[in-house]
Design a protein around this ligand. Structure first.
Ligand code: AMP
Length: 180
């Protein structure tokens, strides 16, 4: 199901740019103004529901932390389970973790080892934005590592000039609503 240009514009216009956050030179895509705009949030969720209702998914996995908002809302619409992929040190039970490179240094994401109780679970991974792709790539690896079937990785925004989707494309199908 394609998103009309009109609906795409409603979503695009609801996201605000904050310059020099969290540091100089970065234009931060602030989605809080999409979330508090009931029309934009509904247009987005209707689109995601229509796209994924035929995918026969078992779980939505969301990336810490804005992926939790869209992921949990979509899981509820599709009447399936939600699984958080978290930054290191936040999950209480046994986890597997994956390290990835940042501009300066490293970060790690984790998932519960038993996050997907269903065998060969069909999983959609979701986050608000892909920049360098490090976070999504590491999260995708975790999902596969614990035996799930990663069906697609979905982003609200793809900052295409950073080409973060390049390495992710090698082992996952990607869908981005807005390419900027
Ligand atoms: P990356 O691993 O570089 O692809 O960064 C992706 C993660 O960082 C996502 O979880 C985003 O929410 C966040 N992020 C990175 N850059 C931005 C940006 N310009 N605006 C908003 N969020 C960002």
């Amino acid at each position: 199901m394609n998103l009309s240009q009109e609906d795409k514009k409603i979503i695009y216009d609801s996201i605000r740019d904050i310059e020099d956050f969290p540091k100089e030179g970065v234009v931060f895509k602030d989605i809080t103004t999409l979330l508090n705009n009931k029309e934009a949030f509904q247009v987005l969720m209707n689109h995601l529901e229509q796209r994924y209702e035929s995918y026969d998914l078992d779980y939505i996995a969301g990336i810490d932390s804005r992926g939790f908002i869209f992921g949990a809302a979509l899981a509820d619409r599709l009447k399936i389970g939600f699984v958080p992929v978290r930054k290191k040190g936040k999950l209480p039970s046994t986890t597997v973790c994956e390290k990835y490179e940042l501009e300066y240094g490293f970060d790690e994401v984790e998932i519960h080892l038993d996050a997907f109780p269903k065998k060969n679970a069909r999983v959609l991974l979701i986050d608000d934005l892909i920049a360098t792709g490090g976070t999504a790539n590491a999260s995708a690896k975790l999902i596969k590592h614990i035996g799930a079937d990663l069906i697609e990785v979905c982003f609200l925004i793809n900052l295409t000039f950073l080409e973060g989707d390049k390495k992710l494309k090698e082992h996952a199908s990607i869908y981005s609503i807005l390419e900027i």
